[in-house]
Design a protein around this ligand. Sequence first.
Ligand code: PMP
Length: 314
Amino acid sequence: IKCNDGENFSQRALTRYSKLEIDPSAGILNYGQGLLESLKAQRTKDGRILLFRPEENALRMKMGADRLCMPSPSLEQFVDAVKQTVLANQHWVPPPGKGSLYIRPLLIGSGPVLLMGPAPEYTFLVYASPVGNLHKMSMKLVIQDKSHRATPGGTGGIKSITNYSPIFKPISEAKSTGFSDILFLDAATGKFIEEASSCNVFTVKGNVISTPALQDTILPGITRKSIIDIALSFKYQVEECQLMVEDVMDADEVFCTGTAVGVTPVGSVTYQGKRCEYKTGAGTVTERLRARLAAIQTGTAEDNLGWTLTLNQA
Ligand code: PMP
């Protein structure tokens, strides 16, 4: 579905996946004026297709658009575009347990802009692709202080397209030495944990679940927000705080959250050559939270919080 500005994203078309025609001087190509989102559609055992909290993605895109001086589709336009894309590709939504349909909304400055500034025209589009289960058994993280993903006052707190390529190099270096991802420290003091490259992080110590408090250097993850609510409903104590390296090293469990990874346990964290290992698997708090979220997202648990949107009749 493609919408153009000028008429407030009202011109729409549902087209086959194909190459885009774009002006060489488009804002996105020259100045990186663009946002992305990610969601998943899941098929339930009784044949329904569910979206998880799509209005949260719409609101996050709106917030990012404001930061990047772009107009944004309304909440209704966003959710409708996602819905239409999934409905047109229903046959690509894998059966339960076999994966999901990954949905990628983009909002880009598509109009020509030669001198640095916001583009005169914008495009909102949504594409989708089936994906297998991305759930990894556990992650091996490394904390290092030579690279940062976000700086105060920058765009780390929105899903700007420009947030990702600067961390390709440190992430590929971490991967080449056997790690799955980096746990980034804050750029201002180098003392506090922020998040990994595309997921938020939590620690578990006894009955207390902690995660870094949101600020403009941390992406407000929708899975993060949902896990906080699930943890509170299970009567854990939840702290949004300044999480230090020592807190992570001292935790019983560590886990990451995100649309792609769901809730994934962290098996180890390495800092300055010291490696800490954590409990993973059956019987952990992480597994309890993971199972509950997955059950809501796949329709096997009752959704009494109204988080899922059913797109079709069973
Ligand atoms: N942090 C970053 C930098 C991300 O790219 C993502 C993925 N969207 C997340 C956290 C997790 O956010 P969500 O739970 O909304 O997918």
